[in-house]
Design a protein around this ligand. Structure first.
Ligand SMILES: CC(C)=CCC/C(C)=C/CC/C(C)=C/CC/C(C)=C/COC[C@H](O)COP(=O)(O)O
Ligand SMILES: CC(C)=CCC/C(C)=C/CC/C(C)=C/CC/C(C)=C/COP(=O)(O)OP(=O)(O)O
Ligand SMILES: [Mg+2]
Length: 276
């Protein structure tokens, strides 16, 4: 058992980004910075949920990760599957207790998100496109969580739409990248059902929709700091061009990584626009 596996399995880079997005949702909903206590609680509920979701995801993905991702903690033997299961339940429990400190609505919203993450890992992921929509719904729910915590929505809805669209695009491209392992395990992902080319066009369509939606906050009057979004949209369009042109594993990996970079930069752009 490797102690560092308890951090690694949670994918802290995703969880910390998600936590920041939760706080961003509060900022954009309020139009100002929330109380530090609220910001901290939102960050904890989202990061603990994301950590539990990634952990339970690796628990259920053990066989497929043994093919696609043998370096991950469970396939390489750094942690037992039983330990991973109860570690995920522990993370979810602490997250729910933290959500209870915010409000009843915040608790119920977190409970729904955590249940959806468990269902995704347990049953939804192999369903063509349904699994992609579940993950994208969870990422879209993240800024909404921050809004629920402060009792207002404001512009958090536009953030949620962008998060949903870009993550549908990224999930489809990730499925194109993982086709080999998914085929061996009999998973019925979108690229396997309709073919990688048509799936690439679906992902590209959601990528283009993200670029269009990324200007929604401008229409709502978000400040000039928002022009930081322009390079983000150019990166998304390049990722779309790559996957539409070629669907081999290497191109799909480059495209999905570019989409992840665009998510990180977009979050920074929204933060700048909200705080400038
Ligand atoms: C215009 C534009 C791109 C707006 C971005 C909107 C926005 C706020 C996006 C944030 C979405 C979010 C909550 C991200 C959290 C971290 C994350 C990438 C979650 C989804 O992860 C699922 C994925 O399958 C994990 O795989 P990997 O990253 O390869 O470990
Ligand atoms: C709204 C609240 C309270 C929490 C949301 C928490 C967040 C941000 C969830 C975003 C989606 C996410 C990261 C869920 C975790 C589990 C997951 C979907 C991991 C992706 O796993 P796979 O689809 O198997 O892809 P990999 O090949 O990377 O394992
Ligand atoms: Mg997985």
């Amino acid at each position: 058992m490797e102690v560092r596996a308890f951090v690694e399995i949670t994918r802290p880079h995703n969880c910390s980004l998600a936590g920041i997005v939760g706080i961003l949702g509060s900022i954009v909903a309020l139009g100002s910075v929330p109380q530090i206590k609220t910001a901290l609680l939102v960050f904890l509920v989202v990061t603990l949920g994301c950590a539990g979701g990634n952990t339970i995801n690796d628990y259920f993905d053990y066989e497929i990760d043994s093919i696609n991702r043998p370096e991950r903690p469970l396939p390489r033997g750094a942690m037992s599957r039983k330990t991973a299961f109860w570690y995920a339940m522990f993370l979810f429990a602490i997250g729910l207790l933290t959500a209870w400190l915010i409000s009843t609505y915040a608790f119920l919203f977190a409970l729904a998100a955590y249940v959806l993450m468990f269902l995704y890992a347990w049953k939804l992921k192999p369903m063509p496109f349904i699994g992609n929509l579940a993950v994208a719904t969870l990422t879209g729910a993240t800024p909404l969580y921050g809004a629920i915590a402060v009792g207002r929505f404001g512009l958090a809805g536009t953030l949620a739409v962008c998060a949903f669209l870009v993550n549908v695009a990224r999930e489809v491209v990730k499925d194109i990248e993982d086709m080999k392992g998914d085929l061996q395990k009999g998973a019925k992902t979108l690229p396997i059902i309709i073919g990688p080319k048509k799936a690439a066009y679906v992902g590209a369509g959601f990528g283009i929709a993200t670029v269009i939606a990324s200007f929604l906050p401008v229409r709502a009057g978000v400040g000039v700091g928002y022009y930081a979004m322009v390079p983000v949209d150019l990166i998304i369009l390049y990722a779309v061009y790559l996957i539409a042109r070629n669907q081999d594993k290497r191109t799909a990996h480059r495209s999905q990584i570019l989409l992840k970079v665009s998510i990180f930069l977009a979050v920074m752009a929204f933060l700048i626009a909200a705080l400038v």
